[in-house]
Every structure is written in structure tokens, then in C-alpha cells.
Design a binder for this molecule. Sequence first.
Ligand code: MSP
Length: 531
Amino acid sequence: MASSLSDKIYITTPIYYVNAQPHLGHAYTTMIADVLKKHSVQRGARSIFLTGTDEHGEKISQKAAEAGMPEQAFVDRVAGEFQAAWRALELEPDIFYRTTAPSHKKLVQTVLSRLKDEELIYFAEYEGNYCVGCERFLTDQELDAEGKCPDHRTVPAKRKEGNYFFRMGQFQERVLEYYRAQPEAILPSRYMNEVLSMLSGPLGDLSISRPKSRVSWGIPLPFDDAHVTYVWFDALLNYLGGLGYDGTKEGGADFDEDMWRHSVHLIGKDILKTHAVYWPTMLIAMGLDPFRRLQVGGFWISEGAKMSKSLGNVVDPVGLAQVYGTEPLRYYLLSEAPYGEDANFVMQNFVNKCNADLANGIGNLASRSLTLIKKNFDGKMPVFEDASVPPAVAAASKSLLAEVHALPATFAEAFDAAKYQQALRAFSETVARCDRYVNDTAPWSLAKAPEKRAELSVVLATLANALSTLATVVYALTPKASLALRTALGFAEDGAVPEWSRAGDLIKAGTPFGEVPRLFPRFEMPAKQEG
Ligand code: MSP
């Protein structure tokens, strides 16, 4: 059995179709991947974060034609837009994978040749309901009452064509066995239940080619030049290509198979079947273990309706980040809804959440504590333990810090279970607990009474220690603000990642502090635009 995901983790997002500009849904999934990466690095894990673009298939070809551009030029342009969007959102993937890269084409063809040699691929005539939006044949059961694709609200085209098929059905039992043995392979668990129900009937085989006469924009089959590879068969292999897999039985000299055993795929609920059914059958056929974990996110809607240009409710993540900053946006998107459920983007909720948890929460706690330390202790860490303070004062300090020091474990546990909202709730509750401590101990009054100097010292040192833990825990969500706070607390980390195992370290008395930082501004609702 591979070691735990806190030792190693390979985090992937779906590779996005280049038929649309990056939007909030893409940004959300990519942001969670970035948060998870930073969090894992803090916990000492070797981590790789992959994202990229899915550049073949019929709908890309259609879009390129609409734009009046050759396909390659078109996909180069949109792939560049995705990269620019991730830079603007300060997301830091280690790998940006593109399916039109020559190495990827070679990988796909090597896999196809091998499976064909092993007689896991055969040719047959096929007739079915093809949804171009999904880029796959839908079964009759998947259509709604009006015979439409429930995701794209269009009637799929009846198509009859000669296709190559992958003997997917042959691996159904192996996939089921894997899921039974690894009940946490798909999170949240309700998606595991959905997948088990998809696998309850006979699976059938998977069409993995398209005739070139109809779709030419794809990877040619190595054994039949009149067909190109089905875009999902091509795209899913990106996850292995990112780790240097070359498609051969051995995987190639560069293949980091150990990292593969620690793979975590983040996807949206719309692409559950391709990832939870098709993909593990392909992996098993190739002689590899299925992914370690599939984490399934819900959909974002906007002001109560599906985002659409005509409704004018499309949320532009880059535009929002330009006005409000990337860190408040990350924090809000992960806290709005339980991971896996649909979430509703409401501007007022965004403003309220950032104000409550960030500006008035951790931001205000830091600024009032550090300002008092600056005024009363010359900007140096006050003495934390002092035998001369009344027992109740020492006890209150101990009990606060005990709660704060329990946060890293609570937070990490929630992250491991993909319960991001729960982690952030624990964070904001701990900040609120610190606020109550400030109000109960009233350090501003203690500061006016010279005989209470030792008490003041203990109270403010307790708060500084608490802030250091809070800054460490929230780093993956708000990296720049966390580092600014850590610098203000005298840590000379120089941009280094605050280590999880040291989240509870106490600051040495006398440590010189930096300037009091203004971590998060308070937001106002934007003025309504006329018309
Ligand atoms: N290219 C395929 C994925 C291949 S992975 C081997 C694809 N691309 S996509 O661009 O259409 O969408 C990918 C993902 O974007 C979705 O699964 C989901 O993660 C995200 N989202 C797209 N719209 C979304 C929302 N409105 N809300 C949340 N996420 C959604 O499918």
C-alpha cells in the first residue's frame, strides 16, 4: 500500500476545453488544487500540481472555425488565455499540460497500439445518441423525459458509424472491487454512491475513435489513419503524461509511478462518469492502479441562476481578483458551500464573508493585538509566562492556547476529508474565540494600570502566539497575508512556507516584531450599474 497523502500528493484539475474563456467554475477547481498544494507542502508532502488544456475534438474544431482560425493557432491562443488567467489569480501549477504537445500524442498512440495488440480494442458499427457538448454517446437512461441531454438541454444527434471499441466492460468487476476496497476513493461519499449505481448494470464497451471524415482534429489512431482518437480517451491520459509516463508497459524511465499512487483528481460533478468509470478501466487495462482519489466539486451558479451571457450574471474571476484581491476570493469560494454541493455566487455574501472573517476577523485581531504590543512593549514579544499573575489569568491564557493549538489537527482532518468549508469554519470560530479572549481580558484597560503590567504581558503574548498558529493554518488560503502576519510576528521566514509541524511553536520573549500590517481591507458593495 502506498504511503499517506500527507507524505506525497499529485493534485490534478481537469484539463479544460479551449472552447471557452476561463470562468468561475474553472477558477474554482484550479484554486482548490492550488490551496491543496500549498497546504500539503506545509505538511511536508512532496507535491505536484497539474492543470492544463484539452485541445482536441469536435467542439474545439467548431469553435476554431467560428473564430476563422486554423485549429492549432486557435488552441494556442486559448491555452495562453488560461495560463494568463491562472497567473492573474496567482495560482501556481507545477505543470501546465497541453494535449496537442507532441509527447502527449506519442503517449496516446503508444497506449492505443499496446491495447490493440492485446486485443483490448476492436472495430464495430455503432449507433447511438451523440451529445457534442459532452463529447460522448449517451445511453437512453441518461436522457431526460424529452430525450435531451440533461446537462446541455439539447437533443443528441443519432449517429451511426464504424468505431473502434475498448473492451471497457471486461474491467467492470475490477473497478467495483477497487471501490469496495477503497470506499474513500471518491469524495464526497454521495458521489461514490452515484458511481456504484452507474456500475450496477452491465457496462458495455467504449467507443474510442471518430472517423476522420467527420472529426479531423484529433490524434490519428496508430493502426488506422482514417480515424482519430476519441477526445476523452486522449484527454484522460494527460494525468499520466504529466508524470512522465510514456505508454509502454514499463511506463518509461521518467515515469514517477510512486507519485501516481498518490494521485488526487479534482473534478466537477459533470464529468464524474468519464473519471470514475472510463478512466479506472483504462488504467487497469494498462496495468496500473486506479487513481488514489477523486474529489468531486459542485457547480457554481450566480445570483440564483446558471451563469449565462444573456442573463448578464457571469462572474469573471480575474475581474473580481483585480478589484478585491486573489486571497479574499479563494477564501470565499472555499467557504461558501460544502465541497461537492452546488454554490451560489452572491456579491453581497462575498463582501460580507470577507469583511466578517478576514477584515473584522483575523485582520482586526492582528492589528489590535500588535498595536498594543507596539505601544506597550516596544514592538517586541512580551513575556508569556509569569508566575506573579493571578491563577485565573494564567488559566485563561492556557485554555485559549489549548484551543488554538487544537486547530491544526482539526483543520488538517477536514482537509483530508475534502471538507474545506468545515476547515474554514473551524478557523473563523477560533478567531472568534480569540476575540472573546481580548474582550474578556480587556488589555487596553490593563495597559492603563502599571500594577497590571505582568498580566498585560501574558495576555498580549498569548495573542501573539495564537496569531502565529492562525497565520500558519490559513496560509494555503491567504498566502501573502499569512506571510505578512508571520513577518510582523518576527518570523524571518523570508517567504518560506510556514511548517505545519511548527504551527504551535511559541515565540521567544524579546523577539523584535515588524510593522503592524493591514492584512485585509473592508469591502463595500459595488454601486449598482444602471441599465
Ligand atoms: N475537458 C474536459 C475535462 C477533461 S479532464 C481529463 C472538460 N472541460 S471543461 O472545461 O468543460 O470543464 C472542466 C471542469 O470545469 C468541470 O468539471 C468543472 O470542474 C469545471 N466547471 C465548469 N463549469 C462549472 C461551474 N459552473 N461551476 C463549477 N465548476 C464547473 O470537461
